[in-house]
Design a protein around this ligand. Structure first.
Ligand code: FAD
Ligand code: SF4
Ligand code: SF4
Length: 249
């Protein structure tokens, strides 16, 4: 049984099925926050998603609801999400919802020199936290060197059709085991930047793309306008949607 039917709860339910669970029931105090396709996936495997259900206690028989009901279970996993403990932050720095109140440069609106990103702003995605962290680092550098903080222009999202999911290594196929969990932390999390896979470099029929090492350990892939014949192979092969074809004549 899983207490909490958000996306993480549905992950837990699917993991339980992958590890041999015979029947998984997920409960929630409110309409489950998980995406419909996640819930449908669990239901298709025979799982139940029950709400509203308010847990009174857990004992060896299962989970007891506040309404006196009992859902029998031999294993209970609590997956009710996490949010940051900001109790050490002065109340006036927080929004009405208790999250850090920041401007477009990730700087606190109440405390200049204090920057906040990620789940302290709003519980979101890993990729949001990484992107905001990279931007905030730049703003902090500007702040410390006495420059003017200017919000970064919001980048256009890469169209989903330009992402080739087939080229990402599938995770957790079949039974889940401990080694999978360890390698999870090493894998590409697809934060929307170039993975340095060099597929474009190798695939370009005109040798128009080159990889340039930058100072500080960075790198850049550059396409030579004069050599490029506009075949679109780089754009098609890139798993991250980095190359966008543009009509220039
Ligand atoms: C169960 C679960 C599943 C998720 N699944 C996904 C997913 O599949 N894909 C996805 O994109 N996102 C997922 N997320 C969301 C994602 O993990 C978060 O949005 C992301 O980790 C937020 O990054 P962060 O740096 O803001 O916070 P965190 O990654 O939480 O890092 C904060 C760090 O600060 C430390 N810390 C806390 N208080 C203090 C303090 N006072 N002093 C010093 N250190 C402190 C914490 O120990 C922690 O290491 C999931 C979250 C949960 C809880
Ligand atoms: S579009 Fe240009 S850069 Fe891309 S693969 Fe074709 S020739 Fe090379
Ligand atoms: S631009 Fe795309 S194909 Fe080229 S190296 Fe980066 S991720 Fe790979």
């Amino acid at each position: 049984m899983v207490i909490g039917a958000g996306n993480a709860g549905m992950d837990v339910a699917l993991g339980a099925y992958a590890m041999g669970a015979k029947k998984v029931t997920a409960v929630d105090v409110q309409r489950p926050a998980a995406f419909k396709k996640e819930i449908d996936h669990v239901k298709a495997l025979g799982g139940d998603v029950i709400w509203p259900f308010f847990t009174e206690k857990i004992d060896e028989r299962g989970v007891h609801g506040k309404d006196g009901s009992l859902i029998e279970a031999d294993m209970v996993i609590i997956s009710i999400g996490e949010r940051p403990d900001l109790s050490y932050v002065p109340r006036e720095w927080l929004t009405d919802r208790g999250m850090m109140d920041v401007d477009g440069c990730w700087q606190s609106t109440k405390a200049p020199g204090v920057f906040a990103i990620g789940d302290t702003i709003i519980p979101g995605l890993l990729t949001h936290a990484i992107g905001q962290g990279a931007e905030a680092a730049g703003h902090i550098d500007t702040f410390l060197t006495g420059g003017e903080l200017v919000p970064k222009k919001k980048l256009d999202m890469i169209p989903q059709g330009c992402l080739s999911k087939e080229l990402f290594r599938p995770q957790n196929r079949g039974r889940f085991c401990v080694t999978d969990a360890k390698t999870e932390t090493d894998r590409c999390i697809s934060c929307g930047t170039c993975r340095d896979c060099s597929m474009c470099l190798e695939a370009c029929p005109e040798g128009a793309i080159r990889r340039v090492e930058k100072s500080g350990g960075g790198f850049e892939y550059i396409s030579d306008d004069h050599a490029c014949i506009g075949c679109g192979i780089c754009s098609g092969i890139c798993p991250c949607g980095i190359w966008q074809m543009e009509l220039v004549v």
